[in-house]
Design a protein around this ligand. Structure first.
Ligand code: HEM
Length: 194
């Protein structure tokens, strides 16, 4: 005759059961792996949130300045303030807001601190290291494309100034001065709207 199964009192079993469960979780390789994955995911989540705050929160003072290609080169987002500038069709824009595109590691980082006109016109994410690219060899369709990009940048980003040709003098901008005197292809009407 079978002896009845030994029944342990739940009160007596509970403390050792809970510590057993803890050790089972810790020592099971699958669970350990899951714990590591969870820790890594939580870390990544917080890290990216922290980075976003650090990158997006500081509002940089507005920059108003004409620059040479060499000066522009410093603003590729690697400086301490993280400012990123891009030139399109002779105009320099502050694209710091679009840092995730043009900043270090971004898909269009090659344009950061550069004259992006030729790359945009030819649909290639490369930038020339020429001292000044006058774009004179671009065909009319490519030049149209450069102008369209310029219009998009004007809509989205703050204007910083003109990209200076070698020997060209920079304009001195006062705080109130918002208009541009220049070699731009924008029509006078477009300028008034800004
Ligand atoms: C397979 C090729 C490509 C894909 C899938 C792609 C995708 C995208 C997407 C999804 C955006 C919008 C991002 C957003 O607003 O959140 C964007 C923006 C942009 N793309 Fe591309 N792209 C490609 C190729 C290129 C190339 C070759 C160029 C260079 C000529 C380029 C230049 C740009 C620029 C300048 C922006 C605007 C970023 C801004 O808003 O400042 N893209 N692209």
């Amino acid at each position: 005759m079978d002896s009845p199964p030994e029944i342990k009192s739940p009160e007596l079993e509970r403390p050792s059961a809970s510590s057993n469960i803890f050790f089972e979780i810790i020592y099971s390789p699958v669970n350990l792996l899951l714990i590591v994955i969870i820790i890594v995911l939580v870390y990544k989540l917080f890290k990216s949130k922290f980075n976003k705050v650090a990158v997006e929160s500081p509002e940089l003072p507005k920059l108003r300045k004409d620059m040479t290609v060499a000066e522009l080169r410093q603003y590729d987002g690697t400086q301490a303030d993280g400012r990123v500038l891009v030139a399109v069709n002779g105009w320099i824009f502050d694209v710091t807001r679009g840092r995730r595109f043009y900043g270090p590691g971004g898909p269009y980082a090659a344009f950061g601190g550069k004259d992006a006109s030729r790359g945009l016109a030819t649909f290639s994410v490369t930038s020339s290291d020429k001292e000044y690219d006058d774009l004179s060899d671009l065909n009319s369709m490519e030049m149209e494309s450069v102008k369209e990009w310029e219009a998009q940048f004007r809509e989205k980003y703050d204007l910083v100034g003109r990209l200076l040709k070698p020997g060209e003098e920079p304009t001195s901008y006062s705080d109130e001065e918002l208009e541009e005197t220049d070699h731009s292809t924008s029509t006078p009407d477009e300028k008034k709207e800004k």
